[in-house]
Design a protein around this ligand. Structure first.
Ligand SMILES: NC(=O)c1ccc[n+]([C@@H]2O[C@H](COP(=O)([O-])OP(=O)(O)OC[C@H]3O[C@@H](n4cnc5c(N)ncnc54)[C@H](O)[C@@H]3O)[C@@H](O)[C@H]2O)c1
Length: 293
């Protein structure tokens, strides 16, 4: 029996690349997205993998019932469910009008973003976890939940507080879930992409291909396929944190930045110190020492 992967936010970008990765490994695909692009991406994936069975279903991750219906449809078509990737997300990278108080003056906008980035993951865990647990137990196999987080949910840079906090919240939930499941065969992974050229960051939405996209990937960004390959390598090592570098930020620099961020708690420094002028020199020195410069 072929294994099955279900992926939210798979009409585009990283989710579509993860679908490609798993199709290449012989998995059945369950694709879920709220965008009309889903049918185009499904057709493109089917053309690449003609013998892969695919269930594509328009799904809004903000609605718990739609994720339950997705799980039911997946189990009706494919009796095996092995990997669930809770990846749908939105950037919130838009300016809230200053005259309305910015983000702080727009609690409804905050709730809307949390509905996708935070409750999309909560709803996915709610819908799929019982099945993943049961299948891991009764079929003595490993099942997996992969949550797509962000470095912004770890280092909390200025400018997008609501996105950052939504990604910090799902990181904490995934950490807790991983701990809760420590004695079971359901593994949890937090995929943390670096700068990846997708619709979310101004790229062409859909199934990424450098040949057919109208825009050119900036040299500093990774392609979604690079993220999917890094995910595969992280899973092979059974890593919980799968923190991708990109062509601009190395793994080493990421580690230094995360270490500095934790230092804000214990030093203590003011929060977001890395971006405050009064800590500029101190951070530069810290980084240079770590890099052995
Ligand atoms: N691109 C980056 O640099 C980057 C960096 C860090 C984290 N991420 C995260 O990676 C994930 C994937 O983003 P991407 O970069 O591939 O962007 P993308 O825009 O190409 O893909 C996101 C997908 O989520 C779908 N989606 C949005 N709201 C939804 C909803 N309510 N229900 C169902 N689907 C919905 C979109 O339609 C889209 O297909 C996101 O969680 C994002 O926060 C991206």
């Amino acid at each position: 029996m072929a294994p099955t992967v279900a992926i939210t936010g798979s009409a585009s970008g990283i989710g579509a690349a993860i679908a490609k990765l798993y199709a290449g490994k012989g998995y059945n695909l369950v694709l879920a997205d709220s965008s009309a692009l889903l049918s185009k991406t499904t057709a493109a994936l089917q053309a690449l993998f003609p013998s892969t069975p695919i269930l594509a279903r328009e799904t809004d991750v903000t609605q718990a019932s739609e994720l339950v219906a997705l799980k039911d449809a997946a189990l009706a078509k494919f009796p095996s469910l092995d990997v669930v990737v809770l990846n749908a997300g939105t950037s919130g990278n838009y300016k809230m009008p200053a005259e309305q108080g910015g983000w702080w003056g727009n609690p409804d906008a905050i709730r809307k973003l949390y509905d996708v980035n935070l409750f999309g993951v909560v709803n996915g865990i709610h819908a799929f976890l019982p099945t993943l647990r049961e299948q891991a137990k009764t079929e003595t196999k490993t099942t997996r939940i992969i949550v797509t987080g962000s470095k912004q949910g770890i280092t909390n840079p200025p400018g997008n507080p609501v996105y950052n906090s939504s990604k910090a919240a799902i990181r904490l939930l995934a950490e807790q879930l991983s701990y809760e499941l420590k004695d079971e065969s359901v593994k949890v992974h937090l995929l943390v992409p670096g700068w990846t050229y997708t619709g979310l960051v101004g790229g062409e939405p859909g199934l990424y291909s450098e040949d057919v996209q109208g825009k050119t990937k900036p040299s500093g960004a990774w392609s979604p396929d690079e993220v999917a390959n890094y995910l595969e390598a992280g899973i092979a090592k059974e890593n919980f944190f799968i923190i991708c570098p990109d062509n601009e930020t190395s793994e080493e620099v990421d580690k230094i930045r995360m270490e500095w961020s934790c230092g804000d708690f214990v030093t203590p420094r003011l929060p977001l110190s890395r971006w405050r002028p009064e800590y500029k020199e101190e951070f530069a020195k810290f980084q240079a020492e770590k890099l052995g410069k």
